[in-house]
Design a protein around this ligand. Structure first.
Ligand SMILES: Nc1ncnc2c1ncn2[C@@H]1O[C@H](COP(=O)(O)OP(=O)(O)OP(=O)(O)O)[C@@H](O)[C@H]1O
Ligand SMILES: [Mg+2]
Length: 246
């Protein structure tokens, strides 16, 4: 379980969030939904130590940490693939860094490439494939880290509706297969409702948890589920209201 308490981050005189607190229960999908520019990526950067925070505590599995560092796999919003490496070499970076068995990692990456529709592109460089393919490759690389906590910053944003839908299902499958805790950012309400066990709706800067929902509907879910439709309406009005008053 991840417990974040009183987290604060400022850039010069701008407070991105102050006293931000939330909990990520184990083995589920926690989704952070909020408008563009409200501080979601900055929150992930502070959690993982990409940028320093200005106060607060982060505790993972009962241990207090300055940041999650290597306790979590982090897929950033920008795909950050290394341009001089092929897609497969990029996917194998976690195994190389971790010094684990490369042949085994290559087989595992190969299976993930197939499941994410990247089979046949293993030897291509990132510049020779589409944005959506780079995003899927970054997702493979993130899943190659053997961590129980996975942070995904808008992992499906560069994909078309059809690919996106099939990858949403795949994410759910992988999550239940590997039993990982997923903490995921999206600005797509439907995606949030389809995937989340816990949904945190955050407000514009300084970012706060506006509302929190526990969704117990079994998965896979349908967006036409009447209960989800009602929730969608509610969340939509909340986000609209935040924009109007923000
Ligand atoms: N390195 C930085 N230096 C100064 N300000 C920054 C820096 N990084 C982010 N910010 C500011 O912090 C605020 C929040 O940005 P952030 O990228 O966290 O938003 P976001 O919620 O992820 O937005 P989006 O949904 O568009 O990705 C913005 O006003 C941004 O300008
Ligand atoms: Mg962002």
């Amino acid at each position: 379980m991840l417990v974040v308490s009183g987290l604060t981050k400022r850039f010069a005189d701008q407070t991105v969030f102050a006293d931000f607190s939330f909990t990520v229960p184990p083995n589920g999908v926690t989704v952070l939904l909020g408008p563009s520019g409200c501080g979601k990526s900055t929150l992930f950067d502070v959690l993982t130590g990409v940028v320093p925070g200005d106060g607060g505590t982060i505790s993972w599995c009962g241990k207090e940490l300055t940041h999650l560092g290597r306790s979590a796999a982090y897929m950033q919003q920008k795909d950050l693939l290394l341009p001089w490496f092929t897609l497969m070499e990029n996917a194998l970076l976690p195994a190389r860094i971790g010094g684990s068995d490369l042949a085994g990692a290559r087989r595992r990456a190969g299976r993930l490439f197939k499941r994410l529709g990247l089979a046949g592109f293993e030897d291509f460089r990132p510049s020779k494939v589409s944005g959506g393919m780079r995003q899927r490759c970054a997702l493979v690389r993130t899943l190659m880290f053997d961590h129980d906590l996975v942070l995904l910053d808008e992992p499906l944003s560069a994909l078309d509706a059809i690919t996106r839908q099939s990858l949403q299902s795949l994410l759910l499958l992988l999550q239940s297969e590997f039993g990982k805790s997923l903490l995921m950012i999206t600005h797509d309400i439907e995606e949030a409702l389809l995937l989340a066990d816990t949904l945190l709706v955050v407000s514009p800067m300084p970012m706060q948890v506006g509302e929190q929902f526990v969704l117990s509907q079994p998965k896979p879910r349908s967006v036409s589920d009447p209960e989800l439709l009602r929730l969608k309406e509610h969340v939509w009005e909340r986000l609209q209201g935040d924009m109007d008053h923000g």
